[in-house]
Design a protein around this ligand. Sequence first.
Ligand SMILES: CC(C)(COP(=O)(O)OP(=O)(O)OC[C@H]1O[C@@H](n2cnc3c(N)ncnc32)[C@H](O)[C@@H]1OP(=O)(O)O)[C@@H](O)C(=O)NCCC(=O)NCCS
Length: 194
Amino acid sequence: MSGLHASDGTHGTGDHGAGDPAVAPFAWHPRPETAADTAAVRRLHLAAFETPGEADLVDALRRDPSAWLPGLSYVADVPDGTPAAHALLTRCHVDEVPAVALAPCAVLPAYQKRGAGGAVIRALLEAAREAGERTAIVLGHPPYYPRFGFAPAASRFGILPPQPWPDEAFMALSLDGSIPPPGTVRYARAFGID
Ligand SMILES: CC(C)(COP(=O)(O)OP(=O)(O)OC[C@H]1O[C@@H](n2cnc3c(N)ncnc32)[C@H](O)[C@@H]1OP(=O)(O)O)[C@@H](O)C(=O)NCCC(=O)NCCS
């Protein structure tokens, strides 16, 4: 399940540890990615994950117009303009109803746990709301995603994962306040989940 992570909590390593005063006080200003960010976004995923799987996944999603949602790929920069955090939403379906899938999310190791990931995810979900998207899903760390409003998809909404993933890790969020439709999630082909 490339790009989808439930609970391992493993990260790459960086030059700066948590609490490094050189990188601690950033205020993040998330923005939609532009064409100029593509290479930096790939480098970011290569740095954040142990394998190139997520970087390759983002590139594959970018090439698939049925998956890629222009304006729903967000970055947050360090002061020199380098993206330090990235998150994106791509088209998925709950049975036949369109929804958006949050994955992958990544922050450069040197800047993790400083709010960058949370800032891009919040901005991205707000952009999805404004774009009229109704339901977001995520397979992710159970302690992390509820802070954005996500709740266990199967037990709360009857939204089933395409594979038998743990209820607490497979989460859904209503973006418009309506009750999301029950059904089984189908991810974009690039995820390789059938
Ligand atoms: C997961 C990730 C995107 C979070 O972004 P971040 O900027 O580091 O996180 P934030 O600063 O917004 O939030 C910090 C909180 O997230 C928690 N957190 C960070 N990484 C976590 C992980 N792997 N598992 C569980 N919780 C995690 C921190 O403990 C902290 O919790 P607290 O607020 O209760 O103290 C980032 O750490 C990352 O890129 N990790 C490596 C790649 C990865 O695992 N991506 C997610 C799967 S697609």
